[in-house]
Every structure is written in structure tokens, then in C-alpha cells.
Design a protein around this ligand. Structure first.
Ligand SMILES: [Mg+2]
Length: 200
């Protein structure tokens, strides 16, 4: 089987880190549980300049390396790889973050997972003039059996795969979103993702 796995807030606790960064840079207190929108500019009520500053800070290599693993992610993924499944980590991070993102994976035991940067969120959601190493047309030539994703803004990347099962990682900002089809399954943690896939 082939797995699409999102990076931020699936493999690691990015939003919790951004909540701390927003407090440090701007004195804004929005705890993780209160992050209502996937767009952090809206969740933290930032100006365009502040948002850009937040994103630049959150993508510095040292900061990226400091993100905590989402409990169970590495163990579950390595278990799949041991069984012969293929793992594609498809992140919306810009290519400038590739090296640190790759290093984080390697240092957390995910050397065998492939990593790609795809412009998932358009020009509004990231650092200006970002590059990506996976072109959309190449992405659409790839196919997957399972996807693990937290962001409703990325669901459009699954429309071309009618049989794909999408495990939606439960997060405060996706509580109100309607799941597009019966192939979307909400999962509270990596244990429930692993169990669901084992049983279906
Ligand atoms: Mg994500």
C-alpha cells in the first residue's frame, strides 16, 4: 500500500509550537485548544506583516528541529514500512525548509520515508516567493491508498483518487468541517489510525 502522510500536526506538534512563537513574538496568547482556524493569521488575528514574521520564524531550521513528535507517529509508520508499505510525506512546507525537515525525520527514525514539498495552500499561506520540489502535475500522477491529513484546506488534493481512504487527524481547527465523503474517517490519534487501517 502507498501512504500519503502530511507533516505538520500529523507527524509533529507544529500548531503547539506556533502558539508559543506567537506569544514570544507578539505577546498573543492563543493556546493550542483555541486554534479555531487552520489559517494561523485568522486564529492569532495577525496583520500580514506579523503573519509573515511568524511563518519565517516557525520555519527556521533550529525551530523546525525543535518540534515534538506527535505520539505514536514514528512507531506506526515504521511498522508499516517494515511490512513493505511505501510512505510519502507530502508537506505544504516550502522547499527552503526541506533540509531541516529531512533532518528531523532522520533523527526521529524515519530515514526510510520519502519527503516532498507541495504547494498545498497557495500563495496566501506561506512565506512569499517560496519554492516547492513537487510540481502539482507530478503530484497528480502519484496515487495512494491511504492519506493522513489534518487540514481541510488539503482535501482538494484527494479528489482525483475516489478509492482513497483519508484518515483525518482530529485537531481543534478541523472540528467544524464536514467530511466530504464516507471515505474520510476522523481519528483522534495514531493508535486509532493504526487500528482503523488494520481492521478495514
Ligand atoms: Mg498539517
Amino acid at each position: 500500500m502507498r501512504y500519503y502522510i502530511d507533516y505538520d500536526d500529523c507527524l509533529c506538534e507544529t500548531a503547539r509550537a506556533f502558539s508559543e512563537i506567537a506569544e514570544r513574538l507578539f505577546g498573543i496568547t492563543v493556546p493550542y485548544e483555541k486554534i479555531r482556524y487552520f489559517n494561523l493569521q485568522d486564529s492569532f488575528q495577525l496583520t500580514d506583516e506579523e503573519y509573515e514574521q511568524l511563518m519565517v520564524e516557525g520555519h527556521r531550521p533550529e525551530v523546525l528541529m525543535s518540534y515534538e513528535e506527535t505520539p505514536g507517529a514514528v512507531r506506526t509508520i515504521n511498522n508499516w514500512i517494515d511490512k513493505g508499505h511505501e510512505i510519502f510525506i507530502i508537506t505544504g512546507r516550502p522547499f527552503s525548509a526541506f533540509d531541516a525537515s529531512r533532518r528531523w525525520l532522520d533523527e526521529h527514525g524515519l530515514e526510510r520515508a520519502k519527503l516532498f514539498c507541495l504547494n498545498k495552500y497557495g500563495r496566501d499561506s506561506f512565506i512569499r516567493n517560496s519554492d516547492f520540489n513537487l510540481e502539482l502535475e507530478d503530484y497528480y500522477r502519484m496515487s495512494f491508498d491511504y492519506a493522513i491529513e489534518d487540514s481541510p484546506a488539503a482535501f482538494k488534493f484527494f479528489q482525483h483518487l475516489p478509492d482513497l481512504k483519508v484518515l483525518v487527524y482530529d485537531r481543534p481547527w478541523n472540528q467544524e468541517c464536514e467530511l466530504p465523503t464516507g471515505n474520510y474517517i476522523r481519528c483522534s490519534d495514531w493508535n486509532s489510525i493504526s487500528e482503523w487501517i488494520k481492521n478495514n
